[in-house]
Ligand binder design. Sequence first.
Ligand SMILES: *Cc1c(COP(=O)(O)O)cnc(C)c1O
Length: 222
Amino acid sequence: MDLAKNKAKIFKSVEEAAEAENNTQGVNVIAVTKYVEAEVAHQLVEVGVRHIGENRVDKFLEKYHALAGQPVTWHLIGSLQRRKVKDVINLVDYFHALDSVKLAKEINKRADHSINCFLQVNLSEEPSKHGFLKNEIEEALLEIAELPNINLVGLMTMAPLKASQAELEALFDETYRLKEDIKAKNIKNMPMTDLSMGMSGDYLVAIKHGATFVRIGTAFFQ
Ligand SMILES: *Cc1c(COP(=O)(O)O)cnc(C)c1O
């Protein structure tokens, strides 16, 4: 495993894909460090990674404390139980898995500042997945708009594991269009400027459809 080499390769492919789409906003690469120890996460920072993501609260806290003082933007990307919100939410720069109104209310209550959140959507309607279904989104937005400590920066989605290329394209495109639709409504505390989608296997497709944050684990560590 050559972290510097993998990092260079991933960042280059991301930049090229963003350029090909005339994406002037840029695409942020989140290194998902759930497979590795804090020491390896630190090495990633040394080779130039600036965004670190973890999907579990305990692992997030471990890395966060081990890398204190490092120039890192911190992402909690996995589902969050309501009882754990108070342990972590004020340390997180971006929370990617806002998947219920109840969770939004708990975050709003525990936050000591406005928290950047992505609304997780399940547009492929997979029963096993977290995230709002299409027909739940409008009402959820109305309720979340009333919570001053939730700053909704965009949508997050995860593609089905076995999706074909065509299915991936359709899902990412639909997510992009939904994000644009919500953005156009100019709802308070909902800038909706970002899209968190794309993992090691599909990040180039996601960038093609407007991803601004890609969450990459495996490709860094092979
Ligand atoms: C693990 C994980 C990723 C990264 O997946 P890879 O396929 O290893 O790149 C992205 N997002 C979430 C929510 C994850 O849990």
